[in-house]
Design a protein around this ligand. Sequence first.
Ligand code: DPP
Ligand code: ZN
Length: 873
Amino acid sequence: AQIVRLEDYRPGDFLIDRVELDVRLHPTATRITAILALRPNPEGRADAPLRLDGDELKLKALAIDGRALPAGEFEASPQELVIAQPPRRPFTLTIETEIDPTSNTKLMGLYRSSGNYCTQCEAEGFRRITYFLDRPDVMAVYTTRIEAGRDEAPVLLGNGNLVESGDVDGTGRHFAVWHDPHPKPSYLFALVGGRLGKIAKPFTTMSGREVELAVYVEPGKENRADYALDALERSMRWDERVFDREYDLDVFNIVAVSDFNMGAMENKGLNIFNDKYVLASPEMATDADYANIEAIIAHEYFHNWSGNRVTCRDWFQLCLKEGLTVFRDQEFSSDERSRPVHRIAEVKTLRARQFVEDAGPLAHPVRPAQYREINNFYTATVYEKGAEIVRMLKTIIGDEDFRRGMDLYFERCDGTAATVEDFLRAFADVTGRDLSHFARWYVQSGTPRVTVRGAYDEGAKTYRLDFEQVTPPTPGQPVKEPMAIPVVLGLVARDGRPLQATGERVSRHGVFMLDKTTDSLTFEDVATPPVPSVFRGFSAPVKTSLDLSNEELLVLLRHDTDAFNRWEASQTVAMRLLVSLSKGDPILDEDMLGLSSALNSFISNDAMRDPAFAALVLTLPSEADIAQEIGRDIDPDAIHHARIEMRRRIGQACRGNLQELYTGLADTGAYSPDAASAGRRALRNVTLDLLAGADPDLGERTAREQFESASNMTDRLASLNVLMTLPGDAREHAIDTFEERYRDEPLVLDKWFTLQAAIPEDATLKRVRRLMSHPGFSISNPNRVRSLVGSFAMLNQMQFNRADGSGYDFLAEIVLRVDELNPQLAARLLTAFGTWRMMEKMRRSHAKNALLRIAGKPNLSRDVSDIAQRSLE
Ligand code: DPP
Ligand code: ZN
């Protein structure tokens, strides 16, 4: 397939200023008339043909300035419409196309979900509706007339504001005209037509404009949309308060649909959401679901400025909107919840997804230099690492300059299609700093590893820290340059007393910049040998090697003022023991004892002060985390058993305290999804898991009781998760009871699929195959496929990476099946092979064969063939 390169970017030869669409919805033959106001781009070539993008389109009519174009003057294929000699002045082009939304299983362009019509145009879906200059630097003002049968689609929604609506006399059809005054790229176009229930509330913006906020859902589910609407309102207030960003239309509509490739989409004034990220009730959603809904509602809303008002010049700049918007939604969640707890959650996700990606065959820079299929670049690297870059920038220049830089960026770039350079220039201009070295974070892939060594000089009362950074090679980048790494640090005295220490070259924001391969830093007047606390708050997306003993790390767990590093210390000690166990190395009793007694005193002294934080400290690193830490010749069975063993030992060592905690945290009163209540549930459920590890009989009894008495989905699901680790009748009975209760609730059934796909035992693959013929499963619904097949491949390390290769063969088979319906979904599943090279030899060869089988299949989608090829390179 053809490779698109950043270095080949040039402005288009034509621009489109206005688009008038007339869309006549029909299940299998929707007619679209597009009137495009075109003009030659002064920055383009003067004699170029006009080439419009298409994808599986059927051209019905074509006219320039109202006159039909004769056959010889254009060439139309499903993929392209070319006019060799277009006018060299402004003109209108009228294009009529016909499409079949019912057979659109790719869920790109206009398609149907539960009978309703909806669209998804990012990245390149608009070209499946009409021929267009489908690139983000072509920005136009859209007016959309939507027409449909009144019975079939009583609700008709478009971008912008509603300007007209009414009946089409005597036909049973009606129409609505929507006008969006803000110029936008085609990827932000959307329309919806269908039978939908609505909840709404008024919102007055900071300058006093009246806006109606509304959420549309499947009729009958309106009462499950309250939390989403509330989150929207809080997001809007927050963006006004924190970034001075105001909303700019008369309505803000959110529509939930059940068939959606991504989480949600920020179409101007008309966000379309995967219903998983809208619908919630205590009976059916977990605390994690509520937190995700809040974050994603905020994310899509924040795009109104970081993405829509300022959009991307080309798809290489995707991180310009995504990294920045993830940063913004993370800040929002941190303000709404607990900042340190949220930070830990962010880092856990970053490590689990982005570090893994960066260490595998699909590694790429935050701003890639090339792509074959842009859909494959909506990645953890672009999103999560992209957000970390913005956070580092803020850490380096400080809060005030960061805010001034953001203001300047929005002011300068409003209404334009911008680049990463434009973004950085705003911060360089407000601070007078040279950010060119920092900019390397956008272009160099791979996770830097920073080694830190400390040395105390008793006589001079100084403490020196030596730093060294290395970034490993990644695909296409064999040699790496040193990065500009902000290290937020401090020193901790062993007895916990605050340690006064001044360091040279530590900025007034507490940051030491490591921008060379090696560097050191000396602290003066250090009274006693300290324990260094580096990368506080995870100040940079790097891996760290510390020459600290377990004992010293446990000093940090007890005494560090930085909550992130307290947690990190507990995890580092646990990880060291887990790695030793996994490799079959003996672990010293004193090391085991050191950790369990530290945890025991943590439970007695600290756990109830911040239960959410305590839950994180008491959660052992996952099997996937351990595999990453080991890095090569992985044996997932050994890792699984090592983790079970650690869980047992910690559970037994802390049993008394855990039992007390479990009882003390008993569910009281009505459910509320707030962070404090969620934290108590999280801690109680971690406690249950450790107790079950220590004593399976007690675990089973307690989990069954909790399953039966739970007043909310969080506790019910947590008890089920514990039961999944305990084979037997109680488990199977609970599985059946849950199914019985929720068989008509697809989003809850998804949890049931996931639960079973993650069971760590040999029979699971058979179980997953059987569940694929469950009436609640559907191979064409992305949420169902991800819940069952995706969870098996991503959550069940041991069974996906089975020694006999059958886990790989299964995934390959499903990827090929799904590819015929929905390439984007298939490609996403296939990324589970991203860790195949670090497996031991037998597994590696099975995985490679499965990948070769996929890559060799004729007629693969570009999405799947791109991932398969890169995974094999
Ligand atoms: N732009 C969407 C989002 O991340 C995904 N297409 O919000
Ligand atoms: Zn986004």
